[in-house]
Every structure is written in structure tokens, then in C-alpha cells.
Design a protein around this ligand. Sequence first.
Ligand code: DX5
Ligand code: ZN
Length: 219
Amino acid sequence: MKTHKIAPSILAADFGNLQRDVEMVNKSEADWFHIDIMDGVFVPNISFGMPVLKSISEHAKKFIDVHLMIVDPDRYIKTFADLGSNMLTVHYETCTHLHRTLQAIKANNMQAGVALNPHTPVHLLKDVIQDIDLVCVMSVNPGFGGQSFIENTYEKVSELEELIRSKNAKTLIEIDGGVTDKNAKQLVEIGADVLVAGSYVFKSKEPIKTIKGLKELSF
Ligand code: DX5
Ligand code: ZN
């Protein structure tokens, strides 16, 4: 089996002890930091913004994967590059000129990701898949941590894997929302490259061990 990456979602961290939680991820077998930015417009919740990401970046020793759940993300591409973002993922549903947005992200020296809401079909990415470094398949409706995994995700991942293969693209498949020991193994088996996990990691008694379990798929 190919190696997959684990990206703990900081949304589920303890913000009163943010540095401690960032150091925990540094020490663990996790590969990336997943950072959820929500604007209260595209999604019905506001998470945190630039000053918090700046503080995270100062302590994070791993790849920073920023998931923008905001309308008109083009306004902030340079800002997120300056804040240390390595991957910038925008929602398909927020981009009128997705191809242009992807080029702008790359021009700012970041990798470019596209997230799909649960109702957004994979085939809409057919003509841009070669320009996308990562597709984030939302396995919950974006906006909140701690929701349950939508089972239709398996079918979407298989379709996406087929699309990537047919176009000879190098795109990574990321799964975001409700990832636990109940679905991680199957997701990786059908093609997931990156597993985001928020509550499952941060609400567990031993987060370092939980991350190790997700990495080794041993539960
Ligand atoms: C949801 C966010 C997720 C969230 C995942 O809108 O994009 O990254 O933090 O949290 P869990 O793993 O708790 O579903
Ligand atoms: Zn996310």
C-alpha cells in the first residue's frame, strides 16, 4: 500500500493551549497541519483568521495545508502565501474563474487545491484536473468539526481516482470530515492520499498515539 499523509485539523485544538497542540503535532507522525479558515458567509461558522495562522506558522515545523471556506478567495491569495501556507485550497463553489485562481495560487509559490462540497460532482473538475495539486473531498458539509462521515464519499473517491488516472495527473486526494478508525483504512485502500482528522485526534486521550494509528492504519 502506498504511504498516505495525516493532516490533523487545528480547528479541534485547544486554542488556550495552541502552542502545546502545535508542538504535539510537530512531535507526532503527522505529515501536515490542516488549517480551516471560515468566513461566516460561505459556511455558517467563523473559525479564526490571519493572526492565529501567523502564530501557528511560527511554531509549526511541518507542511501547512490551508483550507479556505470563504467567498471570493482570490482577495487573500498573497496574504496566505505571506503567512506561510504551503498548500492553498479553495472551494470549487466559490470560484467563478477556477483556472485563473489556481494559476494565481501557484504564482505565489504555493501548491493549489480545490475542495468539493458533498453535493458537488467530481466530473466538474475534468478540464482542470491537471492544474490541481490536491482535491479535498468534503466528507461532511463544511463549517464544523465533529460531524459524521458521509458514506457517499467512497464512491466520489473512486470516481476521482479514476479521473486522475485517466488524465495522467499527479493530483493528491484528501478526505476532510469525520475521519476515524472506522473509515481511514478503506479510504486509503480506494485511493486517499491525505486524511484530515480533527476531533478524532484532538479529543482522544493520547493524540500522538491516535495519529500513529491513522498513519499505520492499526486500530
Ligand atoms: C470542516 C473542516 C474540517 C474539520 C474536520 O469544515 O473543513 O477540516 O476540522 O473535523 P473533524 O475531523 O472533526 O470532522
Ligand atoms: Zn478542512
